[in-house]
Structure formats: C-alpha cells, structure tokens
Design a protein around this ligand. Structure first.
Ligand code: HEC
Length: 182
C-alpha cells in the first residue's frame, strides 16, 4: 500500500515535469521565432552598403586615363552634372578609338569603369560600371554617385533609377552621353 502510494506520487511528479518541459519548449519556440523574425527585419531595414564601398574602392584605385587630357569640360545644358573631368579604367579605355572616343555602335566591355569628377575642385563623383550580371545592374551598368569621403549620394542599390531614362536619350553610345556632346 505504501509502495503503491509512493508510485502514485512519483507518477504525479513525472506528469508535472512533462508539463514543465512542454511549457519550456513552447516558450523556447516562441522566443526562437521572435529572434528569427527580428533578424530578418534587421536585414531589410539595414541595406547592405558593401556594393557601394566596393565600387568606391575600385574607382579610387590607380590605372585610369583622362578624357581629353583631363581638361575641365563644361556640362551640357541637358546634363545635371555641371562642369567635369572624365576618366576611364584600363578596360574601358581599351574600347576607345584613336580619337579617344567609343565608336558609334560599339559597346564597353564588362569591367569598364567610367568616373566623372564633378566640379573644378572635385566635390562629387558620378560613376558607371559595366557589369551586367551584378545584382544592382540597370541596363547592364551599375550606377552610383559619391561624395569625396566615399559615402554614396546615389547608391548602387537604386539600379540607376533616374539615371537610365536620361542616359538612354538620343544620341547615346552604350548609354554614355559624353562622346556626342564634347
Ligand atoms: C537629365 C539627364 C541626366 C541624368 C538624370 C543623369 N545624367 Fe549622367 N550624364 C548626362 C549627360 C548629358 C552626360 C554627358 C556629359 C555632360 O555634359 O555632363 C552625362 C555623363 C555621365 C557620365 C560620364 C559617362 C557618359 O555618359 O558620358 C557618368 C558616369 C554619369 N553621367 C553618371 C550618371 C549617374 C550615376 C546618374 C544617376 C544618379 C546620372 N548620370 C544621371 C545626363 C544625365
């Protein structure tokens, strides 16, 4: 009899242990789901800015050649950029002809970087990089604008929204405008 009641007590404890475990497991799941949700939220709230800093690093590296000897050119009335100097990385430069222009009808190869230095003392950069498989490419190019401290005034993640409509105006050469205007 004593033995039996003892068993009953221990059965009872096991049940309440099970109950505790169930409650703990339940709250662990709730907690985990909450953590996962907040991580997901962090990801969408904080855009990945590394594509911008990668491009900024690339365009401030050496190996560029200036258009028209690095003369300060007056921005065309249809351009929002103002006076500028233009430079090409080696990949882009190789596509230019003996007059230093991209021939009408040709395209820049993948890896071409074109940097427009804005202002007589450079105060901002406008950049195009030919990289059609880049997740931020718009019409085959990655588009950005930077302040001289490297922060983006127009991020690559915008995929050229606001740039392409004007750069596809007539005439253009592979979406570049300079060769027909300067
Ligand atoms: C309203 C028209 C317009 C808009 C919008 C515009 N651009 Fe331009 N862009 C031009 C013109 C015109 C030129 C040719 C040079 C000049 O006179 O400024 C040019 C030149 C450039 C060049 C040098 C290569 C070339 O096309 O000759 C780069 C790089 C550039 N723009 C980047 C950008 C980026 C990045 C944006 C968007 C943030 C942008 N542009 C928005 C009109 C525009």
């Amino acid at each position: 009899m004593r033995y039996a009641s003892c068993l009953a007590v221990s059965d009872h404890q096991t049940e309440s242990d099970k109950m505790k475990k169930t409650i703990i497991t339940f709250w662990l799941i709730v907690f985990s789901v909450a953590v996962i949700q907040s991580c997901k939220k962090d990801k969408t709230d904080t855009p990945d800015t590394s594509p911008d800093s990668d491009l900024y690093t690339e365009m401030t590296a050496g190996g560029f050649t200036y258009y028209q000897g690095g003369n300060l050119l007056t921005g065309d009335p249809q351009s929002p950029h103002g006076s500028f100097r233009l430079r090409f990385n080696a990949v882009a430069f190789a596509a230019l002809d003996s007059t230093g222009e991209l021939p009408t009808g040709s395209s820049f190869p993948t890896g071409s970087v074109i940097v427009k230095e804005l202002g007589s003392t450079v105060n901002q950069y406008a950049v195009m990089k030919k990289d059609p498989s880049n997740e931020n490419a718009g019409s085959g190019w990655v588009w950005a604008e930077f302040y001289t401290d490297g922060s983006a005034s127009f991020s690559t993640i915008k995929k050229g929204d606001g740039c392409i409509s004007c750069h596809s105006g007539t005439p253009n050469r592979d979406l570049t405008r300079t060769f027909d205007l300067h």
